[in-house]
Design a protein around this ligand. Structure first.
Ligand code: MTE
Ligand code: MO
Length: 220
């Protein structure tokens, strides 16, 4: 995982396609060796772009650029409400990381562009009691949370572009949380509210028994 300021020419130097295909092939090879053929077949779509959709909402939330707001509120000195353009106008970074779902699939070398959580936190000024952050999706069905310390780790991003293009509806347009050191369920798609709190809120999957801290490597 890397996090660095975006440079305009970076797209040209992006991870060579060959490397991505190779690591994908390795991943599929591992699956073929270690898992049932049935499990492999459910991942065959991965040959197309690597992603499998995981959406619990009955229908995917719709992003309307005219009415969309990213609200940043709760225990902060200066609450914010950003429309899509204002979000995109904030200083941006590019971050490259492997995306892991706890179900066992992953997408290597995903390029995300967006705003560092840390930059957003500086803008709003968390109050002393703000120790947790809840990330809410449009539609009110899905949310998840991090401690403020976790959210401030390098590479934690409110992402709006994936591999150089704006997020599609299925990937969570217009923005999703990316926490590259944790499993994918910690990153709500269709992000609409970032809420600073004094206690940790239980997210959608935590209410159903999944761990609050979903580090990809347990040694972390
Ligand atoms: N709003 C919302 N965000 C979500 C989810 C969801 O169901 N709804 N699923 C999570 C899980 S479990 C994963 S692995 C990733 C999947 O992202 P994808 O559907 O773009 O592959 O989104 C996460 N964010
Ligand atoms: Mo997931």
């Amino acid at each position: 995982m890397t996090g660095e300021p975006r440079r305009p020419d970076e797209g040209e130097r992006a991870t060579p396609r060959a490397r991505r295909l190779l690591s994908r092939a390795r991943f599929l090879g591992l699956l073929a060796g270690g898992a049932a053929v049935g499990a492999l077949s459910t991942r065959v779509f991965g040959l197309v772009d690597g992603w499998r959709e995981n959406t619990v909402e009955e229908s995917r939330p719709v992003f309307d650029p005219g009415t969309y707001r990213l609200t940043v509120d709760g225990l902060v000195a200066r609450p914010l409400s950003l429309d899509y353009e204002a979000l995109r106008a904030l200083p941006a970074v590019r971050q490259v990381s492997d995306f892991h779902c706890v179900e066992g699939w992953m997408v290597p070398d995903v390029r995300w562009d967006g705003v560092l959580f840390q930059s957003l936190a500086e803008l709003v000024g968390p109050l002393p009691d703000a120790r947790y952050v809840t990330f809410h999706s449009l539609g009110g069905v899905y949310r998840d949370s991090l401690s403020l310390t976790q959210a401030r780790l390098p590479g934690v991003l409110i992402a709006y572009d994936l591999d150089g293009a704006p997020l599609s509806r299925v990937r969570g347009a217009p923005a999703r949380l990316v926490m590259p050191r944790m499993f994918g369920y910690k990153g709500p798609k269709w992000l609409t509210r970032v809420e600073f709190r004094d206690r940790q809120d239980l997210g959608y999957w935590q209410q159903r028994g999944w761990r609050v801290d979903a580090w990809i490597r347990s040694s972390d």
